[in-house]
Design a protein around this ligand. Structure first.
Ligand code: HEC
Ligand code: HEC
Ligand code: HEC
Ligand code: HEC
Ligand code: HEC
Length: 474
């Protein structure tokens, strides 16, 4: 069937021996398998790119994996596919004429149908790629599928204020660079997991945690004035009566006041101040030397007693959010905190003499993950024997203690009580605010109680302040 009507440029006619530009291109591409493959690969990748970009628009750029896919991988694959086309033509140049001839009697309609159907396929590929990248960034993947060992962090993250923040939003920096860095590191971790020779406990600080400007500050402003915050902490004494007491504090969180003055605890992290320090050990639990640049430009150096030499600036670390909020993603409790919490909420009966002390001792025993529930139950049964505790109370006590133990311990990983101390409390602050870090004039870093908080009540059973505020501890 020969068609002699002139055609507009760019179009072609089915089976025409004088095809338009599109038709000619199509025949060239189909003239050898390498060019065909190249064209297919380029189209799949390009469609994938279009789809991921379109879908991503809805969500913002908060997945670094998606960033890598769209910014690096798909364009590279498209380019590779496009390069294969001329490569195939070059390789098969001898047979080119004959092959094009052979193709000329195949109807173009089939070709169009194939193109349409593949376009639908490509959309599917893009969607699959998108969901794949999303899955790779999900808490499920990080905490369970791949990082099986990290279940305690995943578990702790789920019950933290950041329950809906994905692991990668804190652990992977922005863009493709952050992603590649994290993945190279991930390969090493994966090898460690296979060989079962990874560090136990998993070391902190996480050396290559991105700077908090790239993680925390995407959601939190370091300038925001937070003012003061009322903190009420309920504890119980390890005595016969399990005497309850509360600490009531007004925390001076501070920030930038209207007018620009920077005050309170958050001054360390304000963009106009710089606090640099020399870590005394890899875990940053001790700090012998500090240099502070204040918002007014003044610079002060404070050194611990006996520490003389000025450290090499390469060893210094600039203080940021995680120097205090080190457990913000994954807070692990101490045995005492577990017991205090369960007593405050009434899960553990306070009328049992010495229960605070004995319950904490039960938690300190060297349980295994398999044996903990039964072992703790047996130990609690023994502790409660001969007391007025009911079977119901025994049940709740055993459950509260075993779930507390299981959440905070994993002997396989050497995760124990106190493995990861919290620096947003005295342990962290007193690394510097211990009255022993002094400047050249012998003045210490401010260490009065009221620098950080107003202590409204300390170790009192029924402080009047709670009455005044209308809050009564149970
Ligand atoms: C809100 C931010 C945030 C989120 C979300 C987060 N992390 Fe973390 N993670 C941290 C910080 C901060 C550290 C401690 C870093 C340091 O001290 O240098 C840390 C430490 C860790 C460590 C080292 C061991 C430890 O307990 O300190 C592991 C493993 C870890 N995170 C895994 C995860 C996994 C898995 C998820 C997701 C389920 C996750 N993280 C989600 C902020 C976060
Ligand atoms: C994706 C956004 C996001 C990122 C990233 C993020 N946060 Fe948050 N953070 C939140 C939100 C939202 C809340 C409030 C949760 C609530 O009140 O339930 C919060 C709560 C907090 C709180 C209050 C905790 C409490 O007990 O009330 C602190 C402290 C905090 N974030 C610090 C950090 C630090 C430090 C980092 C970086 C390591 C970080 N956040 C990263 C969104 C984020
Ligand atoms: C010098 C230590 C320190 C640094 C540095 C620091 N914080 Fe805080 N931050 C605190 C303390 C202490 C509190 C009061 C927490 C409390 O007592 O409950 C607090 C409170 C907060 C709160 C309010 C939640 C609450 O429980 O009161 C948020 C949100 C927060 N910090 C985020 C950040 C972010 C984001 C950064 C980094 C830009 C940062 N902090 C840097 C010590 C610090
Ligand atoms: C790396 C050392 C270091 C750590 C850790 C540290 N600080 Fe500071 N802090 C300083 C220095 C240096 C100053 C400035 C000197 C001064 O005010 O005497 C300061 C000043 C302060 C001030 C006074 C701000 C003002 O209004 O003038 C407060 C409040 C404060 N810190 C609270 C805390 C709290 C709370 C923690 C623990 C969560 C903490 N700091 C941890 C070094 C540190
Ligand atoms: C450098 C800052 C800083 C100084 C100085 C400081 N504290 Fe604190 N204090 C804190 C922080 C931070 C917390 C933790 C608040 C929280 O858990 O929300 C805290 C918590 C407490 C608590 C509650 C503990 C609990 O878990 O129940 C008491 C009580 C307390 N401080 C008393 C004092 C007294 C008394 C002094 C003076 C001798 C003092 N602090 C000096 C920062 C400081």
């Amino acid at each position: 069937m020969a068609d002699t009507t002139p055609l507009p440029a760019g179009s072609s006619s089915p089976g025409s021996s004088h095809p338009g530009t599109l038709g000619r291109l199509h025949r060239l591409i189909r003239s050898n398998w390498i060019s065909t493959l190249g064209a297919a690969v380029a189209t799949v990748a390009a469609m994938g790119l279009v789809t991921t970009l379109a879908l991503e628009g809805r969500q913002g750029w908060d997945s670094p994996y998606l960033g890598l896919l769209t910014v690096v991988l798909l364009p590279l694959v498209t380019l590779g596919g496009l390069l294969l086309i001329p490569f195939g033509l070059l390789l098969y140049r001898r047979q080119l004429a004959a092959r094009i001839e052979a193709l000329s009697d195949r109807p173009m309609r089939t070709a169009r149908a194939v193109v349409m159907l593949t376009a639908v396929n490509f959309l599917a590929v893009g969607t699959a790629g998108y969901s794949g990248a999303e899955y790779l960034s999900s808490q499920q993947f990080c905490g369970k599928a791949c990082h099986k060992i990290m279940w305690p962090e995943a578990e702790a993250a789920r019950s933290s204020p950041h329950a809906n923040v994905q692991c990668v939003q804190c652990h992977v920096g922005e863009g493709a660079q952050g992603f590649i860095h994290a993945k190279l590191n991930g390969v090493a971790q994966l090898l460690g997991t296979f060989r079962n020779d990874y560090h136990r406990p998993i070391p902190t600080p996480v050396e290559d945690l991105p700077p908090t400007k790239a993680i925390c500050e995407r959601c939190h402003s370091p300038r925001r004035y937070l003012g003061t915050k009322l903190v009420v902490k309920t504890h119980f004494e390890p005595n016969e009566k399990n005497t309850g007491f509360v600490n009531v504090l007004l925390m001076r969180r501070g920030g930038e006041l209207p007018g620009g003055r920077v005050a309170g605890i958050h001054w360390h992290a304000h963009p106009s101040s710089t606090v640099e320090y020399l870590p005394g050990d890899v875990r940053r639990r001790t700090i012998p030397w500090v240099r502070a640049r204040f918002p007014d430009g003044r610079v002060e150096v404070y050194a611990a007693e006996g520490f003389q030499s000025e450290p090499d600036s390469a060893q210094l670390r600039r203080m940021d959010c995680t120097d205090c909020h080190n457990r913000v993603g994954h807070q692990f409790a101490t045995a005492e905190e577990v017991v205090d919490g369960a007593m405050a909420t009434g899960l553990i009966p306070r009328h049992v003499p010495f229960i605070r002390k004995k319950a904490a001792e039960v938690l300190q025993q060297p349980w295994t993950r398999e044996g903990a529930a039964a072992g703790i139950r047996a130990a609690v049964t023994k502790v409660l024997a001969g007391t007025a505790a009911t079977p119901d109370e025994l049940q709740r006590t055993a459950e509260a203690l075993s779930s507390g133990w299981l959440r905070n311990n994993d002997p396989d990983r050497k995760l124990e009580w106190g493995s990861y101390p919290t620096f947003t409390a005295h342990d962290g602050c007193f690394r510097c605010h211990d009255n022993k870090h002094k400047n050249a004039k012998g003045e210490p870093i401010a260490s009065k109680c009221s620098t950080c908080h107003v202590v409204l009540s300390e170790r009192q059973e029924n402080p009047a302040v709670l009455e005044t505020l209308g809050i009564r501890p149970k």
